[in-house]
Design a protein around this ligand. Structure first.
Ligand code: NAP
Ligand code: ZN
Ligand code: ZN
Length: 347
């Protein structure tokens, strides 16, 4: 009998369906986790629907995983049965290259192993994600979670949290930095919370006038409606840092014009279509565009500890696993405030 109950995409065009499979036996350095909550990231939709190409089926999405340790391998040092534990977007890497040695395994020279939609390092086992009753992961890629945090709200920290924390830290965001967060979704709302807590002057740049109130509640100091040319013009050459979390194809140049001298737009959103960027938009003010992918193991644990200290979690709507297809449709319609989280125990 299969040991794991999950929901899987079987093709790009069909809804997710119940699916059973076997997780591997616990190896010496593995931690087995009973999954309690798993966040729903827009990357899950992009991949389940093969919007980036190369998707592997059956696919169990989900990379915002929190739960309780149910077994540990003989060589595991950092976890014991009953501990809270979390797994994010990455479950393995080569462990020896220069970036792995710096614990920035997301930039592993050989390529990191994602939590799902890829093959494990044996080249044949399909890695399966967190819309599932349990997961078995090497200890190096498992994180400690404080008992202080709301567990459902903490799940999205594992992707939306670290993906916004890491670039804001890299950009040196601090008191007085003028930060614009583009898009108020799962990533965007975490970006606002972190930038505010780092002391920045934070503006939410959104296509949705109805989100102005929430931006204020989340701590943003200003709201900029990106569909209003007057408001955009008034912020020409204004920002030091833009955090672009947009999931759909859009015009980069429109946002680049908002950057001040040496300002940079940090790209974390991954639309299915590549944008066009004129060099002229970059020459002015010596602007730059920087990409950023999740965060490494060291920074992810640092971020989780920071959240425990500052009581930062995501704003979530908890759903049952059977509601996942409806949740996807609502996310595409921009109807989520601001992250769906699956409660694996809810019927
Ligand atoms: P989400 O919750 O669906 O939020 C996306 C937001 O983008 C929306 O709330 C909306 O905000 C804005 N938006 C949507 N269509 C737009 C358009 N046509 N023009 C301008 N803005 C638009 O998605 P998410 O889970 O936060 O993920 C965001 C993106 O980040 C996805 O592409 C995902 O794959 C990617 N991602 C990247 C990484 C990484 O490591 N770099 C990690 C995780 C996710 P407003 O209503 O405020 O305009
Ligand atoms: Zn994600
Ligand atoms: Zn490596």
């Amino acid at each position: 009998m299969s040991n794991t109950f999950a929901y899987a995409a079987m093709s790009p065009t069909t809804p997710l369906v119940p699916y059973q499979f076997d997780r591997r036996e616990v190896r010496p350095s593995d931690v087995q986790i009973e999954i309690l909550y798993c966040g729903v990231c827009h990357s899950d939709i992009h991949q389940a629907r093969d919007e980036w190409g190369g998707s592997i089926y059956p696919m169990v999405p989900g990379h915002e995983i929190v739960g309780k340790v149910t077994a540990v391998g003989s060589a595991v040092k950092g976890f014991k049965v009953g501990d809270l534990a979390a797994v994010g977007v990455m479950v393995d890497s080569c462990r020896t290259c220069k970036n792995c040695q710096k614990e920035m395994e997301q930039y592993c020279v050989e390529g990191m192993t994602g939590t799902y939609n890829t093959y494990e390092r044996d080249g044949k086992t399909i890695a399966q994600g967190g819309y599932a009753s349990q997961i078995v992961t090497d200890e190096r890629y498992v994180f400690h979670l404080s008992e202080k945090l709301d567990l459902a709200g903490a799940a999205p920290l594992l992707c939306a949290g670290i993906t916004t924390y890491s670039p804001l830290r890299f950009a040196g965001v601090k008191k007085g930095t003028k930060v614009g967060v583009i898009g108020l979704g799962g990533l965007g709302h975490m970006g606002v919370k972190f930038a505010v807590s780092f002391g920045a002057e934070v503006t939410l740049i959104s296509t949705s006038p109805s989100k102005a109130k929430d931006a204020d509640r989340l701590g943003a100091h200003k709201f900029l409606l990106s569909t209003d040319p007057e408001q955009m013009k008034a912020h020409d050459s204004y920002f030091d840092v833009l955090l672009n979390t947009v999931s759909a194809p859009h015009n980069y140049e429109k946002y680049l014009s908002l950057l001040d001298m040496e300002g940079r737009m940090m790209i974390v959103g991954l639309p299915a279509e590549d944008p066009k960027v004129s060099p002229f938009a970059l020459l002015k003010n010596r602007r730059s565009i920087t990409g950023s992918m999740i965060g490494g193991t060291k920074e992810t644990q640092e971020m989780l500890d920071y959240c425990a200290e500052h009581n930062i979690v995501a704003d979530v709507e908890v759903i049952a696993m059977k509601d996942i297809n409806e949740a996807y449709e609502r996310m595409i319609k921009n109807d989520v405030r601001y992250r769906f989280v699956i409660d694996l125990k809810k019927n």
